[in-house]
Design a protein around this ligand. Sequence first.
Ligand SMILES: [Zn+2]
Length: 618
Amino acid sequence: MSYLVLARKFRPKTFGEMVGQGHVVQALENALTTQRLHHAYLFTGTRGVGKTTVSRILAKSLNCQGPDGQGGITATPCGVCQACKDIDSGRFVDYTELDAASNRGVDEVQSLLEQAVYKPVQGRFKVFMIDEVHMLTNTAFNAMLKTLEEPPEYLKFVLATTDPQKVPVTVLSRCLQFNLRPMAPETVLEHLTSVLQAEQVPAEPQALRLLARAARGSMRDALSLTDQAIAFGNGELLENGVRQMLGSVDRGHVFKLIEALALGDGRTVVDTSEALRRDGMSAASTLEEMTAVLQAMAVLQAVPSRAESADSATDPDAADTARLASLMPADETQLLYSLCLHGRGELGLAPDEYAALTMVLLRLLAFKPSSAAASPASTEKKTLNEAPGAVSVPATVASARGTAEIAAAPASISVAAPVPRSNPAPAGQRLAVVSEPVRQGGPRPAAETEPSPAAEAPRVLAVPMRVQPPPSQRDVPRPDEQRGPAPPIPPSEDGDFWHATVTQMIAAESINALARELALQSQLVARDVDQWILRVERELLNQPSAREKLTDALAALGHGVKLAIEIGGVVDSPARRNKQAADERQRVAEEAIRSDPEVQMLMREFDAKIVPGTLKPA
Ligand SMILES: [Zn+2]
């Protein structure tokens, strides 16, 4: 008997067997059970997530005759009738799959459509499945439109694409659209485990974990890689073999690197990078593994209770991840993640991949946020006690990170450590007045977090305006407390235009919340005659419904264009402009306070200064 590859052997044959696409499966099952069937379906999603599979199951559901030949349309095709068997083996005359990647032209589409006039030969429905439909030429799309709009009642279209943005709106609007999600590594892992149990192939859990990660959300890739690994490992899956096959980096190196970065230990960083070169480990997968670990750390930092529920039997990395998560502040984790992610793109540009890797890692050290070096509260208390000129009254300790904020009676005067401008305390909490000029700009070097000499010991006089309970999670600062002042936005015509347009749409209330978020967070990067390109940083913002609403609202303003969304860095978005304007108002408000005679008196009396960013404009 010939060997059937895992991806084909374990291709789901019913909706119930489909993994990780519950939302799509449920919608289709409901439609089939209630017989509310659309005539055209569009399945989108990356490769290997089940687009073809779902199409075949749908064809079976429509055509299944049941084991006794009496069945009708069903959400649970029997798998034993002639129709089911023929569709599974690719011999069903009324089910046609056309691969648009290799049949792009109008001729291929037309010859397919010519068959549409004939009633099904064998089944209840003819099903035309067009895979990678975005590859069709424009003429081919146009040839298809008429039939797609009003097909004969015995004809169903199933379109599939990895790139729905390239599918014309005229086609999209005629289809019921389903997005198949990339699968989470845990889902893939679970499936691989059950497949290998069924195949009786011994496998180390860590080996499967590596394969599940390498598959990047594609079940087909996961199964193909597993086939390859079984051949490589001569019938068993061992962690070392799989690691070797994938060229992936031992997590030990990755943990060591992150720990060294957390501790600011440059020597270990350089040594480890050289060890990676010696061992022939890939620089790209080092950064990739680092991002995976950093992501897990960030989750733990945001949701510490996850650490307790993590099962060290299924995830051998859990303990190390938790340890590193406690070593590194959340903002630094974010920064490292971002630098690692973007650093991957640089590797190919440098003549020496490992030199580039070393540079990326050292950049992490160079841009380390100041907060990492010492616990802000302890440093401040020290400064407070040692500063001889300090006004000794019941004190509010102003924390640089805004996390050690303690309630104090109104009108008390307090003493605190220098507040770096890059980490402003939450606005509106108190009006703080300082004796020393406050550091402006970049993060301070670690050495400066030591208490400064007594003569220069800065004093803060804080007049609490509002009482703020101390946050319960000391180690998890809210994101808005971490953000420093944004760099000025360079002027641009597109930026001006987009800001004005978005403001107008919001004022006219012509867009809903999702579309508004997309509009506010996006940068207009190109304006062609019939298409505008917007860039957003988060894929999440790019929802088809939001895009559609925004397109409509723009059309209402006389801009009848198609919108294309790309994912990337955003410098100039309406949201950022609004933030900059708010910052400017803040500056003006501080200016006003500064010129207030009473405050001026205070400042003269105590040789004090206002801490920027500590008051809120009315
Ligand atoms: Zn059947």
